[in-house]
Design a protein around this ligand. Structure first.
Ligand SMILES: *Cc1c(COP(=O)(O)O)cnc(C)c1O
Length: 390
């Protein structure tokens, strides 16, 4: 590698992959065992049952050795048929990628636009469903936390919008950057398929992804769905009954997953969510003190897992990020697609504490000076006073 060694811990403050805690790394540093043997079945069970507690569901959770994108595809191909109409909401880059995938799979789509500075408008979903009197729309697909913009959507309100019309569409939700960081309730909120991934709030390396599946989604998938093999739920769920998988699971990532689930419960999910809320609030304090703008314009949609910050016109966010990486050994998230060069993103999710946040914000504040970006000092102080509040 041509990049020379930099002393000390790298600050991985992109909104995923996130910092993997030592406990998870140590848990994965265990010999790979027979995935059909009795010892592994217990680990498989622990992960499958444990993930139900994270999704807050009594229904099955399917675990794939795949990135989050794989679980997006699994959700679509198990419950939809070619030519079906799906309603999606363009909250940002990730919603756009899921939409593109739906199109590639032969689904008809309607893509409700936003300005990429807020979450889903439940009223817009309700209005569109109300106009669909003959029930052509088969699914509503939304991203819970839009990682490209730092905007969170109120999933319970999207559910309420579907119920207000009495529409039969399934509700599919991407929680890749919200699960285990921002409260999510698969059963209570009537979600049919929840999609997630390992490398963000779950504090694991990339490589695992998930579908939590409602009873309704399961029966729809049994009756129809697209041609599928690798992603098919039925074989997974049948094998999972004994803690087994229909093909070789990602053994060592599952050791890590069992450890991560245990850690989340030791801290308590509510405490985990409160920690994320507090770090996000402190980050916004800092941004405000710098005199910069948070991309998300709707306070109720502010994300607790990341903050996207707009730079003043004429200043390149990528040059700023490159300076921060070189001088302070910290990676910040870039602006994606139409936000390229305009915003940087601070990831404050996963295995993260007050002093890590202050280190992160110090790096940003010094980086702003380094890149000659007009700002006021005092962002770190502002964050500190929030964090230090007794
Ligand atoms: C990261 C992310 C994805 C993509 O996941 P991959 O693991 O890169 O395939 C999809 N949706 C959201 C909201 C994300 O944050």
């Amino acid at each position: 590698m041509s990049v020379p060694h930099a002393a000390g811990r790298h600050f991985l403050q992109i909104p995923g992959p996130t910092n993997v805690p030592d406990r998870v790394l140590r848990a994965m540093d265990y010999p790979t065992i027979d995935h059909r043997g009795p010892q592994f079945a217990a680990i498989g069970k622990k992960c499958l049952d444990g993930m139900k507690t994270i999704f807050k569901t009594a229904s099955p959770v399917v675990i794939y050795p795949a990135s989050g994108t794989g679980a997006w595809e699994a959700a679509l191909v198990n419950v939809l048929n070619e030519g079906d109409l799906v309603l999606m909401v363009e909250t940002g880059h990730f919603a756009t990628l899921w939409h593109k995938m739906a199109t590639k799979l032969g689904l008809e789509t309607e893509f409700l636009a936003t300005d990429w500075r807020r979450g889903v408008d439940p009223q817009a979903v309700e209005d569109r469903l109300r106009a669909d009197a003959d029930g052509k729309i088969k699914a509503v697909c939304v991203v819970h936390n839009e990682t490209s913009t730092g905007s969170t959507s109120a999933i319970s309100e999207v559910r309420a919008a579907i119920d207000a019309v009495g529409h039969d569409a399934l509700l599919l939700v991407d929680t890749i950057s919200s699960l285990a960081s921002i409260d999510f309730r698969h059963d209570e909120w009537g979600v049919d398929v929840t999609v997630s991934g390992s490398q963000k709030g779950l504090m694991l390396p990339p490589g695992l992804s998930f579908n939590a599946v409602s009873g309704k989604a399961l029966s729809v998938s049994r009756a129809s769905g697209m041609r599928r093999s690798y992603w098919d739920w039925s074989e997974q769920i049948a094998a999972n009954a004994d803690g087994a998988f229909p093909y070789t699971p990602a053994t060592n990532l599952l050791y890590g997953l069992a450890e991560a689930i245990a850690m989340l419960h030791e801290e308590g999910l509510d405490a985990v969510f409160a920690r994320h809320d507090r770090h996000a609030a402190a980050t916004r304090r800092a941004v405000q003190a710098w005199g910069l703008e948070v991309l998300c314009q709707e306070p109720r949609d502010f994300s607790s897992s990341l903050t996207a910050v707009l730079l003043p016109d004429g200043h390149d966010a990528d040059a700023f990020r490159a300076g921060v990486l070189k001088k302070f050994n910290m990676s910040l998230g870039n602006g994606l697609s139409k936000l390229a060069g305009k915003v940087f993103r601070i990831g404050h999710l996963g295995d993260f504490n007050d002093l890590m946040l202050l280190g992160t914000l110090s790096g940003v504040e010094m980086g702003l000076s380094l890149a000659d970006i007009p700002h006021q000092k005092g962002g770190v102080d502002a964050a500190m006073s929030l964090l230090n509040d007794k």
